[in-house]
Ligand binder design. Structure first.
Ligand code: GLP
Length: 241
C-alpha cells in the first residue's frame, strides 16, 4: 500500500484526478470503478473541468459503480444513479450505455447481482477502482463481517451507516435498509485501487486500515493484501498514522 499524504481535500481530488486521467489516456478501453459519497465529489469536479477544457475525452471509457440502494427509483434524488448522472456523467461525453450501476429496483435482486458481476467480467474487470472509506471500515456497502470472498450481493445496512448517510435524506426513516454492492472479492480483482480519505472523522478508520490486522470485522483492511493500492489522504485524515 502506498500512502500519499496531501494537504487538503482539494489536493486529494486533484491528485486522484490526474491518476484517473493518466489511466484514461494510457488504455484503449479503460474500465473505471466509481464510488459515491461526499469524498469523490471533488475528483468528479476535477474530471468535468478537464473535460470542459478539452484536455480529456471519456468516449472510450466504461464505468461500473460500486453500489446502489435497494428500493429507490433511478431518478430519486438520493439514488446513486441520480448522484452519478448529476455529479459526473451528464457533464462528460461518455456514452450512457457505457456507464453501469447495479439496479436496486430489480425484481430479482440476486439475479441482478450475478448479472452485474458478469457485466464487470465481460468488460475485462476494473482497471482503476476509486474507493471511499466508511467510518466503520466499509468499502462499497460491504459492512463489517462481510466475507472477504463475497461477490456482488444484497446487504443489510448497518444502523451506523444509515445514520452516517442520513444527512442526504429528509430523515433517517427515509434511508433504505438494504443495498446492492460489489463484493470484497469483486473489488480486490481491480487491477489498481485508489482510496480517497479526507477529514478528521476518518482518522481512526484510516489508522485501523493501515496498521490494524486484516480482519473481516474491518472490511477495508483487506486492501493490505492488494498489490496495487494507493491511498490519497489529507492531513486531517492522517492524524493518527
Ligand atoms: C457510503 C458509500 C461508500 C462510501 C462511503 C463513505 O455509504 N456506500 O461507497 O465510500 O459510504 O462516504 P463518504 O465519502 O460520504 O464519507
Amino acid at each position: 500500500m502506498e500512502i500519499i499524504k496531501v494537504r487538503n481535500y482539494e489536493e486529494m481530488s486533484e491528485r486522484a484526478g490526474e491518476m484517473v486521467i493518466d489511466t484514461i489516456k494510457q488504455l484503449n478501453q479503460p474500465v473505471l470503478g466509481l464510488a459515491t459519497g461526499s469524498t469523490p465529489e471533488g475528483l468528479y469536479q476535477y474530471l468535468i473541468e478537464k473535460h470542459k477544457n478539452r484536455e480529456v475525452s471519456f468516449k472510450h471509457v466504461t464505468t461500473f459503480n460500486l453500489d446502489e440502494y435497494v428500493g429507490l427509483e433511478k431518478d430519486d434524488i438520493n439514488s446513486y444513479n441520480y448522484y452519478m448522472n448529476e455529479k459526473l456523467f451528464k457533464h462528460l461525453d461518455i456514452p450512457r450505455e457505457q456507464t453501469h450501476l447495479p439496479d436496486g429496483n430489480a425484481l430479482d435482486l440476486n439475479e441482478e447481482a450475478s448479472e452485474y458481476e458478469a457485466r464487470i467480467k465481460n468488460a475485462g474487470n476494473i482497471d482503476l477502482q476509486i474507493l471511499g472509506l466508511g467510518l466503520n471500515g466499509h468499502i462499497g456497502f460491504n459492512e463489517p463481517g462481510t466475507p472477504f470472498t463475497s461477490r456482488t450481493h444484497i446487504v443489510q445496512l448497518d444502523e451506523s451507516t444509515r445514520q452516517a448517510n442520513a444527512r442526504f435524506f429528509i430523515s433517517i426513516d427515509e434511508v433504505p435498509t438494504q443495498a446492492i454492492t460489489a463484493g470484497i472479492e469483486t473489488i480486490m480483482e481491480s487491477k489498481q485501487i485508489i482510496m480517497l480519505v479526507s477529514g478528521e472523522n476518518k482518522a481512526e478508520a484510516l489508522a485501523r486500515l493501515v496498521n490494524g490486522e486484516v480482519n473481516e470485522n474491518f472490511p477495508a483492511s483487506i486492501l493490505q493484501k492488494h498489490d496495487n493500492v494507493k491511498i490519497i489522504a489529507d492531513e486531517a485524515a492522517c492524524k493518527l498514522i
